[in-house]
Design a protein around this ligand. Structure first.
Ligand SMILES: [Zn+2]
Length: 280
């Protein structure tokens, strides 16, 4: 039997209609081989703190408690990120996370979104390094892990497109260029997965999604369709659906990742997501 493994690539603030319009050959190839819906939904408010918490932890804000980027009220001990779930159930598995939006991995007041139970966690500061440089560094760290170790579950966060859109208050050329650059990063990550010496014995599920969309002025946080519509991508030999699934939500990412790793979802965890694109 092939060894199940999962790579989750989270790209901040991607409007699916813009993603579909920009030349993104690597994401397009993953979608053509797998499934992609540009009609998935994030929660409300459509901001990063609650969005990433819902994606990584598989529950809506009424459970994880995060409703803004202060992270006040977080209940991550009750609703941990999926990598921490893996460590709780199958500590022998190797987990990896890298994020250049520091609050996802570091908190000086309570738990960060991605806990310290994760085997290898890199927290970079995109504000300090520059977001394009920080994303490149994040990808490099993930590639090194794939080349030199044996990770079973990875989360790689790319923050540059969101920051660029905010900087220019637009979804125009700068934002589109940032999406194209993120696609190149996706290509590098996929190549590193497929270049692994042990790849023929592995069953990689590659998931990608985003925490929220945005308005045409670059802003987000509201309840509009353009702010709440997101994409969901799944690729790998275990992906079975041939048409994009209806009613896909951000909370489905974590549950899909756990299910692929054969981790039985315990009803007492009260997760809100469901596996998408793979058999239960
Ligand atoms: Zn965001």
């Amino acid at each position: 039997m092939l060894t199940p493994k999962v790579l989750v690539i989270g790209i901040d603030g991607i409007r699916p209609d813009v993603l579909m319009d920009v030349h993104t050959p690597h994401i397009d190839r993953l979608a053509a081989e797998g499934i992609l819906t540009n009609q998935a939904m994030t929660g409300y408010p459509s901001v990063s703190g609650p969005g990433w918490s819902s994606m990584l932890n598989g529950v809506w804000p009424d459970k994880h408690g995060v409703t803004d980027n202060s992270f006040d009220g977080e209940r991550y001990n009750d609703f941990p990120d999926f990598l921490t779930r893996i460590e709780q159930i199958r500590p022998e598995l190797e987990t990896f996370a890298v994020a250049d939006w520091a609050p996802l991995g570091y908190s000086d007041q309570g738990s960060p979104t991605i806990s310290d139970a994760v085997d290898v966690k890199h927290v970079l500061d995109g504000y300090e390094l520059g977001w394009a440089e920080a994303d490149a560094k994040s990808v490099q760290l993930a590639v090194e892990q794939l080349e030199t170790s044996n990770p079973d579950a990875l989360f790689v966060y790319l923050g540059n497109p969101d920051e660029i859109s905010h900087e220019h208050s637009s979804i125009g050329s700068e934002y589109r260029d940032a999406i194209a650059l993120a696609d190149e990063h996706v290509g590098v990550l996929v190549k590193a997965v497929r270049d692994r010496v042990t790849y023929p014995e592995e069953d990689w599920l590659i998931l990608s999604s985003t925490d929220h969309g945005r308005r045409s002025d670059g802003g987000h946080g509201g309840n509009s369709e353009e702010e709440r519509t997101i994409y969901f991508l799944a690729n790998g030999p275990s992906v079975i659906a041939t048409t994009p699934p209806d009613s896909t939500y951000i909370v489905d990412v974590a549950v899909t990742a756990l299910t692929h790793l054969r981790i039985q979802i315990d009803p007492s965890w009260r997760l809100d997501g469901k596996p998408v694109g793979i058999l239960r």
